[in-house]
Design a protein around this ligand. Structure first.
Ligand code: AMP
Ligand code: GLY
Length: 425
């Protein structure tokens, strides 16, 4: 089987790495890829152009395309592939609305009884200002731009002034473009956040290991939100009982809801949850794997995933569970100084081979490229180094030992990734 992985982050490197070592897979092309997915395998590709993705899949005689980021899915890449008889693992444009429109996701959850924060969808500034007045949801209150905003569209506002500013930023000043013309205002949930991933074929779902992300840029969950500064898997918080509730109260109603509309949901379903005192509540849906969660989740799976993705893409999963190693994995993101704000690129990176040679370590590339034969930075999140351990403490030690080997000017890392998973924390 020849597979195309669409995307160029560490999540896609991890997907390409996992699929590339499976016996049924003859070749993996990762596009646009990065310095880690291999110069020969990489090629330029605009992921916001579904027709270009289809043209590449046809030109390369790809048997199965697996999509990393949400954008091509929201732009209907699956629908285009289906109309050309090409196999792609990922939801249709209709399914991708679970991520591309928070209003769609909230209304869908409301209709199908999926537990989530109380909310109001606001189409006018007046409506939104009224919703953040404190009467409906108190404080803190959460203001979310409706559309895709590269992870920056959510404000957890401690008071009315901050909430009103968030409303005006989105709806008046157009900070998120058309993504912010509508906002969702919702109650603030309190609890620990966990990520649950399922591989869906429209009727059934196979769960991947659970994970926890570290979204804030600084240690101790301080500073602005980022795409994710590190992750660990499995999450000790997701007990078998919680997992059963997530399947029953969230995943099954989602699959049934789309099936009833005649548009079965096929693809990854990423459920971001808050474990509240009243039980699990959905914070958000994504229609892809998380990044950096994928980098710790995929190495835990010992089953071959290519046949699972292929069967799911055909709507015919035969597996109901996956075998995992069970060993904890911890992934530390190495970012460019200044991220998630402005940062420099083109900075040379040293020590990659030394890090990758350490026992129990994987090095996944994100914002990297090759210049004059050397690997340089090209983005905000540059690498994810992953440690596998017999226990969490060893996984943390291995990840940070590898992190220490890799140097580049103004490298930025959190030093507390995985601490939350240590027993007794
Ligand atoms: P999202 O972009 O939807 O993932 O939201 C970004 C972050 O905002 C989440 O990871 C949460 O930490 C926080 N957040 C979103 N919605 C809520 C909520 N209703 N209550 C508390 N925190 C939230
Ligand atoms: N790590 C969060 C995300 O991928 O959305």
């Amino acid at each position: 089987m020849k597979i195309l992985v669409v995307g160029g982050g560490a999540r896609e490197h991890a997907l390409a790495w996992k699929l590339g070592r499976e016996p049924g897979v003859t070749d993996v092309l990762c596009a646009p890829g990065n310095a880690g997915t291999g110069a020969s395998a990489g090629c330029s590709l605009d992921v916001s152009d579904p027709a270009a993705i289809l043209a590449l899949a046809e030109a390369e005689a790809i048997d199965l395309t697996v999509v990393g980021p949400e954008l091509p899915l929201a732009l209907g890449v699956r629908d285009l592939f289906a109309s050309h008889g090409q196999l792609l693992f990922g939801p249709s444009r209709a399914g991708a609305q679970l991520e591309s429109s928070k209003a769609f996701a909230k209304n869908f959850m409301h209709r199908h009884g999926v537990p989530t924060a109380r909310f109001r969808v606001c189409d006018t500034v007046g409506d939104a200002l009224e919703a953040v007045s404190g009467a409906a949801f108190g404080f803190p209150v959460v203001v979310k731009a409706d559309g895709l905003a590269a992870g920056k569209g959510v404000t957890v506002a401690p008071d009315r002034a901050t909430a009103e500013r968030a409303v005006r930023d989105a709806m008046v000043d157009g900070r998120f473009g058309s993504a912010g013309h509508r906002v969702v205002v919702e109650e603030c949930l309190v609890g620990q956040e966990v990520s649950f991933f399922a591989i869906c074929d429209g009727r059934t779902a196979v769960a991947l290991p659970t994970a926890q992300d570290h979204k804030r840029v600084f240690d101790g969950d301080k500073g602005p939100n980022t795409g994710g500064m590190g992750a660990f898997a499995p999450s000790p918080l997701v007990t078998p009982d919680i997992e059963a509730r997530i399947r029953q109260e969230v995943v099954e109603p989602v699959l049934e809801g789309f099936a009833a509309q005649g548009d079965p949901y096929l693809g990854f379903l990423y459920v971001g949850l808050m474990l509240t005192a009243d039980g699990p509540r959905v914070i958000e849906f994504n229609v892809r794997l998380g990044d950096p969660e994928a980098q710790v989740v995929l190495p835990m799976v010992s089953d071959d995933l290519a046949p699972v993705f292929e069967a799911a893409a055909r709507g015919a999963l035969e597996t109901s569970r996956l075998d995992g190693t069970g060993d904890p994995h911890v992934g530390v993101v190495l970012a460019s100084g200044g991220y998630p704000g402005p940062y420099e690129t083109g900075v040379p990176i040293d020590g990659l081979d030394t890090a990758a040679g350490l026992e129990g370590v994987l090095v996944f590339h994100a914002g990297t490229g090759v210049r004059d034969g050397s690997v340089v930075t090209t983005g905000g999140r540059v690498l994810t180094v992953v440690g596998r351990g017999a226990d969490v403490a060893q996984a943390i030690d291995r990840a940070y030992a590898a992190e220490a080997c890799i140097t580049f000017a103004r490298k930025q890392v959190r030093t507390d990734i995985g601490q939350k998973a240590l027993p007794g924390r």
